[in-house]
Design a binder for this molecule. Structure first.
Ligand SMILES: [Zn+2]
Length: 305
C-alpha cells in the first residue's frame, strides 16, 4: 500500500493525519498499515553491508599507513645522516687548517733561518753585487714570512668559524639521533598496532562477507565488489533524494522504494543505495526542501564516501 505521495514528510505526518477527525476509518487503517510497514531502521543485511564498507575503507587506510611507516624512519634517518656528514666535513676542514698552519710554521722557521744566514753573510760580502743579491734573498725570505703569517692568521679565523659550525652540527646531530630513536620506537609500536587492527578487520571482513553473501547467493556482494573495485566504494547512503556517492538525484519512485527499506543500485554510479531513517534530516523540513540539500560531511562519512 503506497499513499506516501499525499504526505509531505514522513513518518510524523502519517500519524497526525491518521488521528485527524473525520478521517474515514478505512483510510485510517490503510495509513496505519502503511505506517506499520515503514522502515524504522535499516535491515540487518544492509547494516552488514554498511559495516563491510567501513571495514574495507579502514583496511585500506591502515594498509596505506602501514606502508608509509618505513618511509617516515628513512626520512628522519636521511636528516640525521646529513647532520652527521656536516660534523665529519667540518672536522676534516679543521684538520686541514691545523695541518696548513703546522706546515706554515715549518716554512716560516725555514725562511727565518735563511734570512739570519744571509744577514750573517752580508758582513762578509765581498762586493756590492754580492751584497745586493743577499739583500734580495733576505727581502724574499721576509716577504714569504709575512705572507705565511698572514695566511696563518686567516687560517685561525677560519678555524674559529669552523669550530662554531661543528658545534652547531654536533648539536643538531645529537637532537636528530634522539628524534630518530623516538620515531623508530613510535613506528615500531604503530606497526604492531596497525597489524593487529588489520588482523581483526580481516577476520571481521570474512565474517561479514559470508553473511552478506548468504543473503542473496552472493549477487549483492559481487555487485558491491565490482563497484568498490572501480570507484573505491560500492555502497552509498541515499539522503535528500540524492546518492551520497555521486551526488546525483534519485528518481522519486526509486527514492520511495529506498525509503521502504529496499536497496537499489544508483542509476548514475551503480553504487548500492540504501536509506537510513536514523540519519534523516530534521522532520520539520519538507521532502522538497530536503532534496535540494547536499548531505553534510558527517553523513558522507557514515555513508563511507
Ligand atoms: Zn550514485
Amino acid at each position: 500500500m503506497n499513499q506516501r505521495g499525499t504526505y509531505p514528510a514522513r513518518p510524523r505526518p502519517l500519524v497526525v493525519l491518521s488521528q485527524g477527525p473525520g478521517y474515514p476509518a478505512s483510510a485510517r487503517s490503510a495509513v496505519l498499515l502503511h505506517f506499520g510497514s515503514l522502515m524504522n531502521e535499516i535491515t540487518k543485511e544492509t547494516k552488514q553491508l554498511v559495516r563491510l564498507q567501513a571495514v574495507e575503507l579502514e583496511r585500506a587506510r591502515l594498509t596505506a599507513a602501514l606502508k608509509a611507516l618505513p618511509a617516515e624512519v628513512a626520512a628522519a634517518d636521511t636528516q640525521l645522516k646529513a647532520a652527521q656528514k656536516r660534523v665529519a666535513d667540518t672536522e676534516a676542514a679543521l684538520k686541514r687548517e691545523e695541518l696548513l698552519r703546522s706546515s706554515h710554521e715549518l716554512d716560516i722557521a725555514g725562511h727565518k733561518a735563511k734570512a739570519a744566514r744571509f744577514r750573517a753573510q752580508m758582513d762578509t760580502a765581498k762586493n756590492a753585487a754580492q751584497a745586493s743579491a743577499l739583500e734580495h734573498e733576505i727581502n724574499f725570505a721576509e716577504t714569504e714570512i709575512s705572507r705565511l703569517e698572514d695566511s696563518e692568521l686567516a687560517s685561525m679565523e677560519k678555524t674559529e668559524h669552523l669550530e662554531a659550525e661543528r658545534a652547531k652540527a654536533q648539536e643538531l646531530a645529537a637532537k636528530l639521533t634522539e628524534t630518530v630513536a623516538l620515531i623508530r620506537a613510535r613506528v615500531g609500536e604503530q606497526d604492531l598496532e596497525y597489524r593487529e587492527a588489520l588482523a581483526a578487520l580481516k577476520a571481521e571482513r570474512e565474517t561479514l562477507r559470508e553473511q552478506v553473501a548468504a543473503f542473496d547467493d552472493g549477487a549483492r556482494l559481487r555487485h558491491f565488489d565490482r563497484i568498490a573495485g572501480a570507484k573505491g566504494t560500492g555502497l552509498a547512503r541515499a539522503a535528500g533524494q540524492q546518492c551520497s556517492g555521486c551526488r546525483m538525484g534519485i528518481r522519486p519512485q526509486v527514492w520511495n522504494q529506498l525509503r521502504d527499506g529496499v536497496i537499489a543500485p544508483c542509476e548514475s554510479c551503480s553504487r548500492i543505495l540504501y536509506y537510513d531513517p536514523a540519519m534523516e534530516q530534521a522532520p520539520a523540513k519538507t521532502a522538497r526542501s530536503v532534496s535540494h540539500e547536499l548531505p553534510g560531511p558527517v553523513e558522507r562519512k557514515q555513508a563511507g564516501v
